[in-house]
Design a protein around this ligand. Structure first.
Ligand SMILES: [Zn+2]
Length: 422
């Protein structure tokens, strides 16, 4: 069987025919001639209209998906069109090439981009016999198409979060759609300022913004301000995960302070190597962890007080009524404020007090049957994004980092292909 028989079955292009195949052993390469069908007219790559052939360019090679360790190339001499519409001579557009003129075939681009969801781009290039630039070009092609053809209607719940990159020196603001059944990355902005986040609402437009009913965020002031300003009709829910994180940080800081205080006073090192005990939730401790914890709880340590208060805060999330949750929150904050020895936790309590209404929005959402928005949906998305960035060593510019994020998390529509090669 000829390769051209297979190609005619899975990768046929109107107006073109496959010709001879030649194998070059030395270069591990198969070349397949392509020529225009008789009497077919070339298509102008600028405007898409057909016109008479002006002349032929020297043959050019297009990379197809390799088979059995052999590089496969289409060999074709591109025509130039005297375009009646553009009124000048223009290179023709060929249907198998990405963007109409590039040396990457659409089949190979599909192949590369689907692997790029799973592996780092460098690894994809190595495994598929392509250079990094080809992988980047393939992903860019798929993502550009996807962003252009995606539908942004019917978004009723969004989440916003920031992500650190370049070893924590830089921030990106990411906005996700978090409706049940449709979770995806919607938008990426540089930095985490108010101006950044305004950019998202500008992109979304007035009508779609007005349809948003829930916005999940952390307590970052810039985000809260923009949400209040741009989507005042929406319920702004504070992400439960971020609140738990703040409490854990406060307990950890209390432990650190106490360790150094005990050391200064020449006291026994009770707290040595106990960090993970305090950070883990009590029900997740191992047997030995639990018994160590029991011993520690008997000693009257500040860290213990902080830890118990942190654990008791968890009960808040079990409430369904905003009124009762509010009462619990007030009581909890009052308890904390009584402890002179807990400055770190008091700081958190003050923050919680000043965000009281936003915290109670969680229960208002729960009452309206949308309790799932705050249980770490945004956090889950953000963890995937972090993984995507970590996998991305070798991204040479911000543009490609964004491409990779949209490719991995955007749930974008893909350019159509009659045959799925991978
Ligand atoms: Zn034209």
């Amino acid at each position: 069987m000829h390769l051209r028989t297979l190609l005619n079955a899975v990768y046929r292009h109107k107006g073109f025919v496959y010709g001879n195949e030649t194998l070059n052993d030395q270069q591990n390469c198969v070349r397949i001639d392509v020529r225009p069908r008789k009497r077919s007219r070339p298509i102008c790559s600028q405007c898409g209209s057909a016109g008479p052939t002006y002349d032929y360019l020297p043959v050019r090679e297009f990379t197809m998906i390799p088979i059995w360790g052999l590089t496969v190339l289409f060999v074709y001499a591109m025509r130039r069109v005297s375009c009646p519409h553009c009124k000048r001579v223009v290179v023709e557009q060929v249907p198998w090439s990405v963007g109409g003129k590039s040396r990457l075939t659409t089949a190979f681009a599909h192949h590369l981009s689907s692997w790029a969801r799973l592996l780092s781009w460098k690894e994809v290039g190595r495994r598929c016999g392509a250079c990094w630039d080809s992988v980047a070009q393939a992903v860019e092609w798929v993502v550009t198409y996807g962003l252009k053809h995606r539908c942004l209607d019917h978004i009723s719940a969004i989440g916003v979060d920031e992500i650190q990159y370049k070893k924590g020196h830089k921030y990106l603001t990411l906005v996700y759609q978090i409706d049940a059944g449709s979770r995806r990355l919607l938008w990426i902005g540089k930095e985490r300022t108010q101006a950044t986040f305004h950019g998202f609402f500008d992109m979304l437009g007035q009508a779609r913004t007005e349809a948003i009913r829930f916005v999940c965020s952390d307590m970052w002031r810039a985000y809260l301000n923009v949400i209040a300003q741009r989507a005042p009709q929406a319920l702004n829910i504070l992400d439960r995960f971020h609140i738990a994180q703040k409490l854990s940080e406060a307990v950890d800081q209390t432990r650190r302070d106490e360790v150094s205080r005990l050391r200064e006073q020449g006291q026994p090192a009770y707290l040595k190597k106990s960090r993970w005990l305090w950070l883990r939730r009590s029900e997740n401790l191992s047997r030995s962890g639990r018994s160590r914890m029991r011993d520690l709880l008997r000693i009257n340590l500040t860290t213990v007080k902080a830890y118990l208060l942190k654990e008791s805060f968890d009960r808040l999330w079990h409430y369904t009524s905003p009124v009762w949750a509010g009462k619990f929150l007030d009581r909890w904050c009052r308890d904390v404020m009584r402890h002179r020895s807990l400055p770190n936790l008091k700081k958190v309590a003050r923050t919680l007090r000043s965000h009281r209404e936003l915290i109670l929005n969680y229960f208002r959402a729960k009452q309206s049957g949308h309790g799932t928005f705050s249980s770490g949906v945004v956090e889950g998305c953000n963890n995937k994004a972090k993984l995507c960035i970590r996998k991305s060593y070798g991204f040479r510019s911000d543009k490609y980092r964004e491409m990779a994020l949209f490719h991995g998390l955007g749930n974008l529509p893909e350019p159509e292909e009659t045959h799925r090669f991978a």
